[in-house]
Design a protein around this ligand. Sequence first.
Ligand code: GRF
Length: 188
Amino acid sequence: MTRIVILASGSGSNAENIIKYFKNSNLISVVQILCNKKDAKVFERAKRLEINSLYFDRAMLNDSDVILNLLKNTADYVILAGFLWKIPSKIIKAFPNKIINIHPALLPKYGGKGMYGMHVHNAVVANKETETGITIHYVNENYDEGAIIFQERFNVLPSDSANDVAEKIHELEYKYFPKVIEEVILGH
Ligand code: GRF
């Protein structure tokens, strides 16, 4: 059984979608959710879905090996689903091509520090982009710069608000993220 640990910072709708996708799999299972925000909605989802979850702070991630050792003992793959902090290089080295993130834009556009959630969709609409989409990529030492695994795009209508774009992005994320994770893990 390939074990997935999900890192999230917010609502956790992607985490829930991934957990449900692998619920009946006998090859892949989500074993834990790690979150760096005490009041994040993802904890509610984890409780309801009976998935182990843990809050951690910056010191546990960067200044000690608490999270590194926890991941080494519990995970084969680390999935970032709305996780906002940078992953320290000691964890990236411990999980070569085993850390996967989803970004709500067509990288390399609208990526980097501070470019997350509605900040991305507001910028896409403000710049009158005619298309946007999702990017699933491996995680390296630089925000949103790891090798791209998968992208899916859609046309932005002149009438689309940032919330419309956010909704269409979530639809793509829920449709593709679990499938792409499965393809990477099962190697096809
Ligand atoms: C997603 O749109 C993801 O692309 C981005 O953050 C958002 C997280 O949403 N990195 P949720 O917490 O999974 O609902």
